[in-house]
Design a protein around this ligand. Structure first.
Ligand SMILES: Nc1nc2c(c(=O)[nH]1)N[C@H]1C(S)=C(S)[C@@H](COP(=O)(O)O)O[C@H]1N2
Ligand SMILES: [Mo]
Length: 509
């Protein structure tokens, strides 16, 4: 069997392309398999995707979040897969003329995966292995198949060479490998529950949550967001797996007494339980990236006081095991609010997607400056010395949550007659004082507010409406507890959160 495909008769272009793609697909699947053992984040395709996540310019990223929502990760991975497939097809076609070129392309692709994997912040010692194994297998398979095609080409002479059956079989194997890989890599991770950990009873429990308006107002956001429905935003293509027993929190930087805490030491500290609304700065007016729940954890201020920050410090840079960082003003963490290292949501240990085993939650700040998941370190520092993941990418250093109001219901088409307009409003850490609704160009009418769960929690609201036939425009706006109205002027999410009123169109039949 000729090992070089050079200069041997007619070789089908389709066959060579299939050979290239099949070689890459099986190689990538092998890489994925090795990564499953070594480190899931080191799978070549995933690692390249992660590098792209870090490199995409902020406006493009914003566009992706706004248009694709949380499907942005799947679309990104699909794009990487299509890109690799195109290069692999080229490797097959060019490799049929000169094997070295085909091999060169595959090795180049493998190298990109390898560099992407080993340069991740949280890279492990063996993170090069999945790419190396995958590339080696892809190269061997390409050589083998191009050999088969050349054999067939030379025996067929100048006629139609057809495609060698062995290549078709390899192609089918490649298709299966790719399908299984994509299915396994893309399986929903959001529903996974964390490994069982015991949570002690909080030293200061929260009072029982009052009944929300959801029992009476259909379509309104429930007072407490069920954890499976809680929005998820992060840069992680593969969820960090942190075991509570291995977990450690380092508190250091500009402090007199740096220290480390283990999981057991954390749980031995006084635990607080608080109802807090968390919002993403990428939430457009009326958007879904806002959730409210009961958090259990340890006050960050307790830990900072123990470490004794240098008076010159003005920032706490929190880090995640996956390399994500957030910069929180030190003054905010020490001003008496309930910023905490949270270990539970709605009475249950954090789920993996929400940061198991421990994360930061800072009431009143958008998530990117105060809600680091899979938390591993609090470094006391200055804004002059350190920037965080999103602040180097154009987002603001100071990002208090803006007063906002969302209309949850009605939407689209409704029947004429008695209806209820309802939604939620938040001015986290300032509290909601009033919500007003405007129907068409009528006067602004004050809505009824739902139960008060505190300054850090959103407020449900509703207004009965006798809906008449035709098309109507509904608008809503909120005031914080001090009487300040939300900003009317329409502004996008960059650099510190969107403003403007939520306006919806409804058709009444
Ligand atoms: N490790 C890590 N933590 C993170 C992020 C991230 O990308 N990585 N994103 C932050 C952002 S932008 C938000 S809005 C919140 C969202 O928290 P959730 O996914 O639990 O709702 O997490 C924050 N913590
Ligand atoms: Mo966010």
């Amino acid at each position: 069997m000729p090992l070089s495909a050079g200069n041997t008769g007619v070789v089908s272009r389709t066959g060579s392309a299939i050979a290239g793609v099949a070689a890459a697909a099986i190689g990538a699947a092998a890489g994925q398999l090795v990564a499953a053992v070594v480190n899931p984040a080191a799978a070549p395709i995933v690692a390249v995707g992660a590098v792209i996540v870090d490199l995409v310019p902020t406006p493009l990223k914003e566009w992706a979040v706004a248009t694709l929502g949380t499907a942005d990760k799947a679309v990104l991975l699909a794009t990487v897969v299509v890109g690799v497939a195109a290069l692999a097809a080229a490797a097959g076609i060019l490799g049929a003329r000169r094997l070295g070129i085909g091999i060169g392309i595959l090795v180049g692709v493998g190298l990109i995966g390898l560099v992407a994997a080993v340069t991740r912040t949280a890279a492990g010692q063996l993170d090069w292995l999945p790419s190396v194994v995958g590339t080696a297998i892809a190269v061997l398979l390409l050589r083998l198949q191009l050999g088969w095609l050349a054999e067939r080409g030379s025996s067929a002479g100048a006629g139609s060479p057809g495609i060698d059956r062995r290549v078709l079989l390899t192609g089918a194997a490649g298709a299966v490998a790719a399908t299984v890989t994509v299915a396994v890599a893309g399986r929903p991770q959001a529903t996974e529950t964390s490994t069982a950990v015991e949570l002690p009873t909080p030293a200061t429990p929260a009072p029982p949550l009052p009944a929300g308006l959801e029992t009476g107002v259909q379509g309104i956001s429930p007072l407490r967001t069920p954890t499976p429905d809680f929005y998820r935003i992060d840069t992680a293509l593969v969820l960090p797996r942190v075991s509570a027993t291995d977990w450690k929190l380092k508190v250091d930087g500009m402090v007199a007494e740096p220290f480390e805490l283990t999981w057991d030491e954390l749980l031995a500290l006084p635990l607080i339980e608080r109802d807090i609304t968390l919002t993403c700065v990428s939430n457009e007016i009326g958007g879904p990236y806002c959730g409210s729940t009961r958090w259990t954890g340890v006050l960050v201020a307790d830990l900072l006081r123990r470490a004794r920050p240098d008076p010159a410090a003005d920032q706490v840079l929190s880090s995640s095991v996956d390399g994500f960082t957030a910069s929180t003003p030190l003054a905010v963490l020490l001003d008496g609010r309930d910023a905490m290292i949270a270990i539970a949501m709605d009475g249950e240990p954090l789920t993996t997607v929400h940061g198991f085993p421990a994360r930061l939650v800072t009431p009143g700040l958008y998530g990117y400056v105060g809600a680091t998941k899979w938390l591993s370190r609090l470094k006391v520092t200055t804004f002059a010395a350190d920037q965080a993941y999103w602040t180097v990418r154009g987002w603001a250093d100071q990002a208090p949550v803006k007063t906002a109001c969302r209309i949850d219901t009605p939407t689209g088409r409704i029947g004429a007659g008695q209806a209820v307009i309802g939604g939620v409003a938040w001015a986290t850490h300032r509290g909601i004082g009033r919500v007003e609704v405007q129907i068409d160009s009528g006067p602004w009418v004050t809505a009824e507010l739902g139960p008060d769960v505190g300054l850090d929690y959103w407020r449900q609201w509703y207004l009965p409406w006798a809906a008449t036939g035709g098309s109507h425009q509904l608008a809503a706006r909120a005031y914080d507890a001090s009487g300040l109205p939300q900003v009317a002027q329409v502004q996008g999410v960059l650099p510190d959160g969107a403003t403007g009123y939520h306006v919806v169109q409804v058709t009444v039949a």
